[in-house]
Design a binder for this molecule. Structure first.
Ligand SMILES: Nc1nc2c(ncn2[C@@H]2O[C@H](COP(=O)(O)OP(=O)(O)OP(=O)(O)O)[C@@H](O)[C@H]2O)c(=O)[nH]1
Ligand SMILES: C=C(OP(=O)(O)O)C(=O)O
Length: 211
């Protein structure tokens, strides 16, 4: 099965606010963009991915991610993360109603294409499924096979909400790079230990210089 990934991204000025203690306000937007670039580049390199749609109103991020090969959809509902995901999914299925879609966070800078392929292949038999984040509280990926609505319930403690909504939880082994979202300084250190993509490596090096 070939998937369309829907990746939501807040305007960079507001993105990754919990990282401010680590980055300060000057470097934070650039780091948020680097995370999104490395996430999108790895997703597009995944053999199970047909295409990538990014839902964002950020002009710079839109241009940079389109240059990597993503399709950009404006965040027309302006109603938060789940509304943006529903809108992106609807935009995909207007063109191809039988698309297999998966929502993926934009803050997975260590993402490895073959680990993402493993997750998506495991997701294929289920109408809806999800992967818990590294902290075990949230969600980094939610899938909807053809014929199923995505019904996203991201936000605080989304792992339990997605389970309660009937989505099947996917196995956690061997897919650390798909689970390692970066919300805090500790998360960033964990992602750097796994090995991040080139844009995040450059942006993180600037943090050390600024220290
Ligand atoms: N398009 C869009 N994406 C969003 C919106 N809210 C959150 N996101 C994205 O959804 C994912 C998870 O969002 P959050 O954890 O709420 O925000 P964050 O920027 O990652 O981090 P914090 O500011 O620290 O909460 C990230 O990829 C965000 O950029 C929204 O209103 N619209
Ligand atoms: C929105 C979520 O992610 P974060 O950990 O970035 O808040 C989530 O896990 O549902």
């Amino acid at each position: 099965m070939q998937w369309t990934l829907v990746i939501p991204l807040k305007p960079l000025e507001r993105a990754k606010s919990r990282l401010t203690a680590t980055t300060g306000d000057t470097l934070r937007p650039g780091l948020a963009l680097a995370f999104a670039q490395d996430t999108v580049a790895a997703a597009l390199a995944c053999p199970a991915v047909r295409d990538v749609v990014v839902v964002t109103d950020d002009g710079l991020a839109g241009r940079e991610l389109a240059a990597l090969g993503a399709r950009i959809v404006r965040d027309e509902p302006a109603g938060g993360l789940n509304a943006a995901l529903a809108h992106g999914t609807a935009a995909v299925r207007t063109g191809r109603p039988q698309s297999a879609v998966a929502a993926l966070n934009a803050d997975l800078p260590a993402l490895r294409p073959m680990e993402l392929a493993r997750v998506l292949d495991r997701a294929a038999p289920f109408p809806r499924s999800f992967l818990a984040d590294a902290a075990g509280i949230g969600t980094t990926l939610l899938s909807a096979a053809p014929g199923s609505e995505l019904r996203p319930a991201f936000g605080t403690a989304s792992r339990s909400r997605h389970a309660a909504s009937g989505a099947v939880e996917l196995p956690l082994e061997g897919v650390d790079s798909v689970r390692q979202d970066v919300d805090t300084g500790d998360d960033l250190r964990a992602a750097l230990a796994l090995g991040v993509g080139p844009r995040t490596a450059t942006a993180a090096a600037r943090l050390l210089i600024a220290d």
